[in-house]
Unconditional design. Sequence first.
Length: 458
Amino acid sequence: MGRSKSTDRVRRAMAMVHPNAAAIDVGATTHVAAVKADRTPEPVRSFGTFTKDLHRLVDWFAECGVDTVVMESTSVYWIPIFELLDSRGFAVFLVNARDAKHVPGRKTDVSDAEWLQRLHSYGLLRASFRPKGRIVELRAYLRQRERLLEYGASHIQHMQKALTEMNVQLHHVVADITGATGLRIIRAILAGERDPAVLAHLRDSRCHATVETIEKALTGTYRAEHLFALEQALALYDTYQEKASSCDTRIEAVLKELSIRRGREAGPLPSPRQRMRRQPNGMDFDVRAALYALLGKDLTQINGLGPYLALRLIAECGDDLSAWPSAKHFTSWLCLAPSNKISGGKVLSSRTRPSASRAAALLRLAATTVGRTDTALGAFYRRLSARIGKAKAVTATARKIAVLFYNAVRHGMEYVDPGASFYETRYRARVIDNLHRRAKAFGFALQPLEPTAAIPVS
């Protein structure tokens, strides 16, 4: 009895943030929905997952005066009801199931829906980030394209296996069998050509291997079963490449529409930071120019960000980044900032949280790439790599690139690389200043270094 009175006092003390809240426990065949107990005699109901049932669920929410709905991200089952609620004007909160699990409560389908509704009413659940409008469509096309390229990559291995079984060692003399030279030779073999000398002269002028070397590699045993496997693998590879090109057409159309909606007058496209080469599996349109028309800024000026990687970041995070008040919030969402756990004034842990974010993975890839460049970010990566290891250096450099990306997209910052020598000189001066400050604190006086003297950078 005393416990019940205490619970009632806590409820009265807490302010209700979302008085018209509802919740859905998402399932594969059944959705359990809950509203506030005073809205209807039956505040918890079950609905099927057919489209007609989803419309009945949304109509019931409207009858109960609901204006905000919370649900957990359960596989992909949440997507149909989420999109339907969003199109009908409800504010939908998609909650990470891991976060909801950490708040203790009863665990059944009915009680879970009631518990989610109660937590959401008092503002105790945070919504996961989900892009809005055409950015969701852009993200879907890009993810589909990545999936198609992964499927196509498996058939490249099948082609290599068939060639190896025929002892045609094409993959040993060309860098990529799906490049200009490789595909010409494979298509000629499937067309019936067997003469190594004729096949070798299909070599592209940019190929490093000589005609004689390629001719030796193309002397093999062309058995029917291996040629059949090679033909099917090439056909499947071509199919996936064709479907990826269809995705490129959709992506270009979405970028153009987003640029028109923004109505921003973009000036002339600045000169690229470095010579842009045609990348394998590159898109069929100028990605850099399309992004510049959309954002008014050239993201490729940031070291480590190429056109395609920048496009994927825009698709994952949006084209304005207004969902994050500052760059610190953005890097924290990416799990690239330290997650400090402090108790009693003591830091128990400062490790970064594990994350499956695609955007964070892209930024880590950019950090690994920039570590091999003669830039300020490259010098930063190499210094940290020598001091604390490569894994932590990748995370720290990825956080720096994320801050630059945020400031460029959100605030229109122009990035100019000061160079590796500038960074190392500034770091050396900071080390010397710290030494002088520590010596002064202990009552010593250090002699100034000669102009030619240098402190090795660790």
